[in-house]
Design a protein around this ligand. Structure first.
Ligand code: NAG
Ligand code: NAG
Ligand code: NAG
Ligand code: NAG
Ligand code: NAG
Ligand code: NAG
Length: 253
């Protein structure tokens, strides 16, 4: 009786382990160290299925950054990472650095605070009064570069890339539209919104509050899956001395 029970438990866990890997196989794409196109595809699959949250891997759901917009009773929602693309990836075993560069549309939107609790921005808005009129929104671009120090560790036959806290560089692209025709109402409105968005972004630490909550998800991913599920080696390569550096970003070479 007792041995039957143990056998039963064994079968159940075996089945769920198989299911676990079947599901992950659909979105964990492994790439060779020479294949930038594959890394771009890998990133997109990770973004949609893992970095924005994943129950199987126990990775928390990512939320855009909401912060309080003065006394207006409204908040600012900063988003766009959901649409980010990989434009650079690098790894250097000799110095132990792993780098990701992402480009994204940056959405700056004024929203009512009815569904989300809004954070306090790093620098408070002191002159924003009661909201009146329509909610504002602006779309710019952003580039984020994350460089993680790492170590390769082997534990019980499983190889992991252990990532430490990343160094972040964030470029928020809000065009300064100096050559706009101020006599044209439409162009003036776009100019005004761009100045508005620019001013808003002076109140926050975008690296810490906007980029880090997302880029840190990659650290959790590296803890949860073996590096072999993400990176394929050629026979002459070793995980400890991998070296590649691809980029098509014009901001960070
Ligand atoms: C890849 O090259 C860029 C430009 O030379 C450099 O800034 C970056 O640190 C390199 N990445 C790694 C992991 O060494
Ligand atoms: C919305 O803002 C009001 C006024 O600042 C505040 O009292 C309320 O707690 C906020 N609600 C949410 C869900 O953040
Ligand atoms: C909202 O703006 C309109 C026109 O600009 C003004 O007449 C009205 O008093 C304002 N309301 C509040 C609550 O500020
Ligand atoms: C954002 O980038 C896209 C694609 O590179 C470009 O077409 C667009 O004009 C940029 N938007 C702004 C506001 O700079
Ligand atoms: C805008 O209007 C002013 C006065 O009507 C005029 O002097 C100026 O040349 C105009 N600017 C442009 C760019 O059309
Ligand atoms: C643009 O901003 C100026 C100054 O803040 C304001 O007088 C004007 O009405 C605004 N125009 C539009 C179209 O938003």
């Amino acid at each position: 009786m007792r041995s039957q029970t143990i056998l039963f438990v064994g079968i159940v866990s075996l089945c769920s382990a198989k299911e676990y890997y079947d599901k992950l196989d659909r979105y964990l794409i492994a790439c060779h160290t020479t294949d930038f196109v594959c890394f771009k595809r890998q990133y997109k699959a990770l973004r949609d299925n893992v970095l924005l949250g994943n129950n199987i891997l126990n990775i928390d759901y990512y939320d855009p950054y909401y912060f309080k917009y003065g006394n207006s009773g409204t908040c600012i929602k900063l988003s766009g990472l959901e649409e980010s693309e990989l434009v650079g990836i690098s790894m250097d075993g000799a110095v132990g650095l792993f780098g990701l560069t992402l480009e994204l549309p940056l959405r700056v939107q004024q929203v009512y605070n009815d569904t989300k609790l809004c954070a306090e921005p790093e620098r408070e808005f002191t002159s924003v009064q009661t909201h009146n009129g329509s909610l504002k929104k602006f779309k710019g671009n952003a580039t984020i570069q994350a460089i993680y120090p790492y170590e390769i560790r082997k534990k019980k036959g499983v190889i992991h890339m252990v990532l430490e806290e990343e160094d972040l560089e964030v470029i928020l692209d809000i065009p300064h539209l100096i050559d706009y025709d101020m006599n044209n109402t439409e162009q003036l409105a776009v100019y005004n919104l761009s100045e508005w968005a620019y001013d808003i972004l002076q109140h926050i630490d975008a690296a810490k509050s906007f980029a880090l909550p997302y880029t840190s998800q990659y650290r959790t991913l590296a803890e949860r899956v073996s590096i072999e599920r993400l990176l394929l080696l050629y026979p002459e390569e070793e995980y400890t001395d991998v070296k590649f550096n691809f980029s098509d970003s014009y901001h960070f070479p």
